[in-house]
Design a protein around this ligand. Structure first.
Ligand SMILES: *[C@@H]1O[C@H](CO)[C@@H](O)[C@H](O)[C@H]1NC(C)=O
Ligand SMILES: *[C@@H]1O[C@H](CO)[C@@H](O)[C@H](O)[C@H]1NC(C)=O
Ligand SMILES: *[C@@H]1O[C@H](CO)[C@@H](O)[C@H](O)[C@H]1NC(C)=O
Ligand SMILES: *[C@@H]1O[C@H](CO)[C@@H](O)[C@H](O)[C@H]1NC(C)=O
Ligand SMILES: *[C@@H]1O[C@H](CO)[C@@H](O)[C@H](O)[C@H]1NC(C)=O
Ligand SMILES: *[C@@H]1O[C@H](CO)[C@@H](O)[C@H](O)[C@H]1NC(C)=O
Ligand SMILES: *[C@@H]1O[C@H](CO)[C@@H](O)[C@H](O)[C@H]1NC(C)=O
Ligand SMILES: *[C@@H]1O[C@H](CO)[C@@H](O)[C@H](O)[C@H]1NC(C)=O
Ligand SMILES: *[C@@H]1O[C@H](CO)[C@@H](O)[C@H](O)[C@H]1NC(C)=O
Ligand SMILES: *[C@@H]1O[C@H](CO)[C@@H](O)[C@H](O)[C@H]1NC(C)=O
Ligand SMILES: *[C@@H]1O[C@H](CO)[C@@H](O)[C@H](O)[C@H]1NC(C)=O
Ligand SMILES: *[C@@H]1O[C@H](CO)[C@@H](O)[C@H](O)[C@H]1NC(C)=O
Length: 427
């Protein structure tokens, strides 16, 4: 910790610079204004905040309110309730922003600046805060434990920073969520995407009763995915991709009936995907690629008829193509390459008006290519290479005007030629 005396000295010098000793001719000072200006003075080369100027004319004390300053909003009593300086080109730190002056702050939005340093512990004084977005800056250090004081925060976004350390279990409510006094009791959207966080996830994260979105992707978390995440009954979007999670996908994920986005790619997950996951009829995007998963793909993964993007490539899946894919007309992008899937190409697939990309290469599929693939009018990428296909290429495939990347049928026993192209592409 820096020496508090240094802070005091800095604070005092800032006050002295901005406010020479008040004389009778000058308006009364406003502590909020002082606190904001002290921060302003600490920021090098900032532009936006330089509009924060004092209008000390005619001793008009209302001109001393910060409420009309850019980025500041107030309630009707003139208390500062919002600080919104997103995309403002701010550099510097929050070290000189003394949050104790803003107990009624509801909204703190500093997204996409160049702020660095730590997230100060006194941010925990903002006990009325509802919205906190520090994403896309260069904050480092750990998440202050005082965040557990922000019991009213609904959205907290620290994504795209350099935050280190672990998620302390005390950030979350303890077991009795309704009786709990501290922790992120009201949180609905919690985002830590793309930081340097690590360690295992505390199971207390499953006590966030109102959570709809959890984004922990692109960090260094390891250990198992806690079973308790299956208790997040309101969760719609779960981003756990690009970490080092291991072990199995919790069985009770099959009870997350609101889930639309399940991102688990690029981890070390193993074992089978719980079949119940296929019973989730809300699924829109499922990404399982780059794990060590095995067993069958959930047969009913498109049960809800809403599945748009589905990837499970680079695993060790065996068994058939999920039966529900046949009627899954909502599909846009499908990647199941590099598995050991069996099945019959002329029976397992239907017609997909929106499909742009399908990669089934490096599997054990049999059968032949039906002319119905030519009815997938939006296809741009189609690969069946390294399977056990036979038959010939239907001439209708040549009508797929958007098919531009490749029609890769190599390493099958296919004969015939593709109209529009000269032979097969090797990929
Ligand atoms: C501030 O701006 C000056 C002049 O443009 C530049 O020399 C200096 O490096 C800048 N400082 C920071 C911290 O960016
Ligand atoms: C805010 O900071 C800028 C430069 O850092 C300075 O020019 C300006 O005077 C400050 N505003 C006030 C009201 O002190
Ligand atoms: C003080 O400022 C406010 C807003 O800028 C203005 O409406 C009001 O007339 C001013 N009062 C005096 C006495 O100048
Ligand atoms: C201060 O005065 C300037 C110029 O007179 C005006 O543009 C600005 O809106 C005023 N700021 C506040 C906070 O009243
Ligand atoms: C809010 O503003 C009112 C009126 O200026 C003031 O009396 C009160 O102390 C302020 N409350 C806080 C918590 O700052
Ligand atoms: C913030 O302001 C409060 C009240 O003036 C003061 O007690 C505290 O020391 C200040 N904190 C910092 C870090 O300047
Ligand atoms: C938590 O908020 C309360 C006010 O609600 C405050 O007194 C306390 O100091 C805060 N604790 C931390 C760790 O910030
Ligand atoms: C994180 O730190 C690294 C190394 O210091 C730096 O290259 C990178 O730009 C930083 N990222 C952010 C978002 O600040
Ligand atoms: C599906 O994937 C494409 C390509 O990556 C992307 O542009 C699109 O937004 C995704 N759709 C959904 C619903 O996420
Ligand atoms: C895939 O599974 C098969 C049998 O289930 C096993 O023999 C093989 O080693 C596995 N491959 C990998 C890369 O895990
Ligand atoms: C596909 O849809 C048809 C007609 O709606 C239905 O009879 C069939 O059972 C469905 N097949 C699957 C695998 O859902
Ligand atoms: C195809 O995509 C369009 C535009 O995103 C959408 O409105 C339509 O419902 C989709 N079709 C199917 C069958 O899902």
């Amino acid at each position: 910790m820096p020496n508090p005396l240094i802070y005091l000295a800095l604070a005092l010098s800032a006050v002295l610079v901005v406010f020479p000793l008040p004389s009778a001719a000058q308006p009364p000072s406003n502590p909020d204004v002082e606190a904001l200006l002290r921060w302003n003075q600490s920021l090098p080369n900032q532009t936006i905040v330089s509009s924060w100027i004092l209008n000390q004319t005619n001793g008009n004390s209302s001109a001393l309110s910060p409420c009309n300053w850019r980025g500041i909003s107030c309630n009707s009593a003139g208390n500062v309730t919002g600080l919104n300086l997103a995309y403002a080109g701010l550099q510097g730190t929050l070290d000189h922003l003394n949050f104790s002056y803003f107990p009624l702050l509801l909204h703190l939005d500093l997204i996409d600046n160049r702020l660095n340093g730590i997230i100060p512990a006194n941010i925990g004084l903002l006990s009325n805060l509802v919205y906190l977005d520090l994403s896309n800056n260069s904050f480092s250090g750990t998440i202050p434990l005082s965040i557990a004081n922000l019991t009213k925060v609904v959205e907290l976004d620290f994504s795209l920073n350099n935050i280190t350390g672990q998620l302390d279990l005390r950030l979350f409510p303890d077991r009795g969520s309704s009786q709990a006094k501290t922790g992120l009791l009201s949180i609905q959207r919690l985002l830590f995407t793309n930081n340097l966080l690590s360690g295992p996830l505390p199971s207390e994260i499953g006590n966030l009763a109102y959570l709809t979105l959890l984004a922990l992707d692109d960090n260094y978390f390891f250990g198992p995915i806690p079973q308790s995440l299956g208790n997040l009954s309101k969760v719609t979007q779960l981003y756990l991709n690009q970490n080092h999670f291991s072990g199995q996908i919790p069985k009770n994920f099959g009870t997350l009936t609101e889930l639309t986005h399940l991102f688990l790619f690029s981890n070390n997950l193993s074992g089978a995907v719980p079949e119940q996951i296929g019973n989730l009829s809300s699924l829109v995007v499922v990404h399982l690629t780059w794990n060590n998963l095995s067993g069958q793909l959930p047969p009913q993964v498109c049960q809800g008829g809403r599945l748009v993007n589905f990837t499970a490539g680079y695993n060790n899946f065996t068994g058939p193509i999920p039966v529900s894919l046949k009627n899954c007309t909502s599909l846009y992008r499908v990647r199941l390459e590099y598995n050991q899937l069996t099945g019959n190409l002329d029976q397992d697939f239907g017609v997909y008006p929106n499909l742009t990309h399908i990669n089934l290469s490096h599997n054990k599929l049999q059968g032949k290519i039906l002319p119905t693939w030519a009815e997938c009018r939006n296809l741009q990428f189609l690969s069946f290479s390294k399977n056990h296909l036979n038959g010939s290429i239907p001439y209708q495939i040549g009508n797929l005007v958007k098919l531009q990347i490749l029609l890769d049928l190599s390493h099958n026993k296919i004969h015939g030629k593709i109209y529009k192209w000269d032979g097969y592409n090797e990929y």
